[in-house]
Write a protein that binds this ligand. Structure first.
Ligand SMILES: NC(=O)c1ccc[n+]([C@@H]2O[C@H](COP(=O)([O-])OP(=O)(O)OC[C@H]3O[C@@H](n4cnc5c(N)ncnc54)[C@H](OP(=O)(O)O)[C@@H]3O)[C@@H](O)[C@H]2O)c1
Length: 279
């Protein structure tokens, strides 16, 4: 089967990150390892996991079983809320590294800012120290708003390479994306396909897909790329993995991008970073 070539983009620290990777939540164990191996076969190299997903071991197994060199991969994992705070970050990170069976991660994110807990700044300071020790290539954040980013940059002088946030047609997040990317942080969209909750049947999306001769899911994912947003859709099905990765040989007209952005429901995301608590 012909491999799909997924282009990379340069992060603010000089590292290259694929524009598109494989999400892994909520799969675990052998089922996840097999699904990642299928994705690797298709050309995926970025794998997105998290301490909270309970599946870092299955991600590490897939990387080893692929037989490809470690440097071919871009592995992202995330600091859980329970591991935030100066005394805990190092231990949380080491446990992730051990479960992955790796000696560095490409990108380490603070999973949620948890502003009510108030430990994200000291956590980021520790992550920058781990980066200086060569254990983390790129430091980043997830679900951070611009004031959270301003606080960590003020404390460390290190602009996060990536902010992984919820972006999809019904939550286009135009203002948030503009604000968090202002300092050179790359936005990465989570739940881009809305877990197939109906957006792929929306007539605006299917109309554009029919006109271009592509799948509705490809229109949604390409809409992110046109907006300069990277992403990590999840699929356990090799046919859908292929569709999702095969979005780099067509483009959308500005009017198509605007029409999909107009599907925004204008309501805040359910998991509001200002108040969301998970540990
Ligand atoms: N940072 C955070 O706080 C955060 C939060 C949530 C998620 N994430 C990450 O982002 C990743 C993606 O988000 P997500 O998994 O929640 O949602 P998603 O990628 O929007 O949707 C995944 C769902 O859509 C289906 N699907 C995938 N491709 C499809 C296609 N081409 N056509 C039809 N259905 C398709 C999948 O089913 P099949 O498997 O059957 O194809 C799966 O049920 C996660 O896996 C995780 O790694 C991060």
């Amino acid at each position: 089967m012909a491999k799909i070539s997924i282009p990379t983009r340069t992060l603010n620290d000089g590292y290259q990150m694929p524009w598109l990777g494989l999400g892994t939540w909520p799969l675990q164990g052998r089922q996840l390892t097999d699904s990642i191996l299928a994705a690797i076969e298709l050309g995926y190299r970025l794998i997105d996991t998290a301490s909270r997903y309970g599946n870092e071991d299955a991600v590490g197994a897939a990387i080893r079983e692929s037989g490809l060199p470690r440097e071919d991969f871009f592995v992202t994992t995330k600091l859980a809320g329970r591991d935030q705070g100066k005394p805990y970050v190092r231990e949380g990170f080491s446990a992730s590294l051990e479960r992955l069976g790796l000696d560095y991660v490409d990108l380490y994110l603070i999973h949620w800012p948890l502003p009510l807990l108030g430990r994200y700044v000291e956590s980021y300071v520790e992550m920058v120290a781990l980066q200086q020790e060569g254990l983390i290539r790129s430091v980043g954040v997830s679900n951070f708003l611009d004031d959270h980013i301003a606080a960590i940059v003020a404390a460390t002088g290190v602009q996060p390479a990536v902010d992984q946030i919820q972006v999809s047609p019904t939550h286009a997040q135009v203002d948030v994306v503009e604000a968090v990317s202002r300092g050179g942080t790359v936005v990465q969209a989570w739940r881009p396909l809305e877990r197939n909750g109906g957006i792929l049947e929306h007539p605006t999306v299917t109309g554009i897909a029919d006109r271009l001769g592509v799948a509705p899911s490809q229109v949604v994912l390409r809409w992110l790329i046109e907006r300069d947003i990277t992403t990590t859709p999840h699929s356990s099905n090799p046919d859908r993995q292929r569709l999702n990765a095969d979005i780099f040989e067509f483009s959308l007209e500005p009017a198509d991008v605007a029409a999909i952005t107009a599907l925004d429901v204008g309501a805040p995301v359910k998991q509001d970073p200002k108040t969301w608590e998970e540990f």
